[in-house]
Write a protein that binds this ligand. Structure first.
Ligand code: TXA
Ligand code: MG
Length: 326
C-alpha cells in the first residue's frame, strides 16, 4: 500500500518494515540495530541469512557509531556522501550479527534521496535496507514495481517517483589493505582512486569464487528476470544469432540501433533514446520488470560496447540478468 511519511516512520519505530526510495533503487527498510526487525527483512525477501544487509546513515558521524572509521573512510565520505557508495568497514559490537551475516564487517552508506534522509533524521537508529525485491529478482526502481513484486504482503511504501540512478550503489571493500570493488555502480574505481591516491582493484568481480566468499549476495544469479535471457557480447553477435523466435524480445541500449533489427521478426525495445549511459542505468530494471509480465519466450540482451565504468556497471547487471542461462 502507498503510505505516508508519518505512517512509515511509525512502522519503523515499532520494529516493522517500510519501503523507502533511495537515489539508486527502492529499499526494504527496518531498524538496523534491532535483530527482530532485521529478521523481518530476511523473511519477507526470502533472503538467505548468509547474505548481509547494508546500513543507511545520515553522515559519517552516525556511521562511526556502527563501524570503525579510518582516514580513508572519512575522505571518501566527504567526497562521495551522500551518494551511491557503500563502504565495507570493521563493524562495532552494536550491529547485530543478523545484519552482517556473522561477518566482522558491515556495509554502510549515506543515501542522497531527500525523503530517505528526512526519515533518517527523524529516527534515532540506522536503517538496514536491501533492495526491495524478493530475493533473486530485479531491484525495483518505482513504487509500482515494489507493489507488484510483494503483492498482498507488501509493507507500506513511501512513493517518491522513479529513482534517479536506477542501479545499486558501488560497494567498496575498505576492510583489507588492498582496496577492491565488490559491486560496480555509478561511483567508479577511477574516481575512488583519484580521491584516495591509491589503486583500487576490480579484479575480484571477475574471480567468481573469491568474491563470493567476501560478498555473498553478489553471487552470479541475482537481479534476474523470470523470463530466460540470452546474453550477446555485442549487437553484431545478436544480429548473427540463429535461434531468435517470433515471440522473443530483443532489448538494446539505444533506439538509434532499432532499425538494424528490422529483418528479425520479433519485438525490439530500447533502454534509451540515444545510448546515454545514465538513461540506460535508470531504465534497465524497469524495462526488464515490465517485459517480464508479457509472456515472451526469451529476452536477448547485448552488452554495452562503450569503454566506460558506468557501462561496466550496467554490463554487470546485464550479465546477472542472463546468468540463469549461461
Ligand atoms: O544502492 C544500494 O546499495 C541499495 C539501496 C537500497 O541502498 N541497496 C542494496 O542492498 O542494493 P542489497 O542488500 O540488495 O545489496 C547489498 C549487497 C549484497 O550483495 C550483500 O551481499 C553485500 O552488499 N554486502 C552487504 N554487507 C556486506 C558485508 N559486510 N560484506 C560483504 N558484502 C556485503
Ligand atoms: Mg539486492
Amino acid at each position: 500500500m502507498i503510505s505516508s511519511f508519518a505512517h512509515c516512520k511509525e512502522q519503523l519505530e515499532d520494529g516493522n518494515l517500510a519501503i523507502l526510495p533511495t537515489e539508486t533503487v527502492y529499499g526494504l527498510a527496518a531498524n538496523g540495530i534491532n535483530t527482530v526487525a532485521v529478521k523481518k527483512i530476511f523473511s519477507l525477501k526470502g533472503r538467505p541469512t548468509t547474505n548481509p544487509v547494508i546500513l543507511h546513515v545520515s553522515n559519517i558521524n552516525e556511521a562511526s557509531k556502527y563501524a570503525f572509521i579510518d582516514e580513508k573512510a572519512e575522505k571518501l565520505a566527504e567526497h562521495f556522501w551522500p551518494g551511491p557508495l557503500t563502504l565495507l568497514l570493521q563493524k562495532k559490537e552494536i550491529v547485530p550479527d543478523i545484519a552482517t551475516a556473522g561477518l566482522s564487517t558491515v556495509g554502510i552508506r549515506s543515501p542522497s534521496n531527500d525523503v530517505f534522509r528526512k526519515m533518517l533524521t527523524a529516527l534515532d537508529f540506522p536503517l538496514a535496507a536491501p533492495s526491495a525485491n524478493p530475493s533473486n529478482q530485479t531491484s525495483p526502481t518505482s513504487a509500482s514495481q515494489v507493489l507488484e513484486m510483494f503483492g498482498e504482503s507488501c509493507p507500506p511504501v513511501l512513493d517518491d517517483g522513479p529513482t534517479e540512478l536506477g542501479i545499486e550503489s558501488t560497494i567498496l571493500n575498505l576492510s583489507s589493505k588492498k582496496l577492491s570493488i565488490l559491486r560496480p555502480g555509478h561511483i567508479s574505481a577511477a574516481s575512488i582512486e583519484k580521491c584516495l591516491e591509491q589503486p583500487v582493484s576490480t579484479k575480484e568481480l571477475h574471480e567468481e569464487n573469491s568474491h563470493l566468499k567476501k560478498s555473498p549476495g553478489t553471487s552470479k544469479v541475482h537481479y534476474a528476470p523470470k523470463t530466460p535471457a540470452i546474453l550477446h557480447a555485442s549487437i553484431k553477435d545478436c544480429l548473427e544469432y540463429k535461434n531468435i523466435t517470433s515471440n522473443d524480445l530483443i532489448i538494446i541500449h539505444s533506439s538509434n540501433d532499432i532499425e538494424r533489427f528490422n529483418k528479425i521478426p520479433c519485438k525490439t525495445v530500447a533502454l534509451s533514446r540515444d545510448g546515454d549511459l545514465h538513461e540506460i542505468a535508470r531504465s534497465l530494471f524497469g524495462k526488464l520488470h515490465d517485459a517480464d509480465k508479457l509472456n515472451f519466450n526469451q529476452f536477448h540482451l547485448c552488452l554495452n560496447e562503450l569503454q566506460d565504468e558506468l557501462a561496466y556497471a550496467i554490463n554487470d547487471r546485464i550479465r546477472r540478468a542472463c546468468a540463469k542461462n549461461s
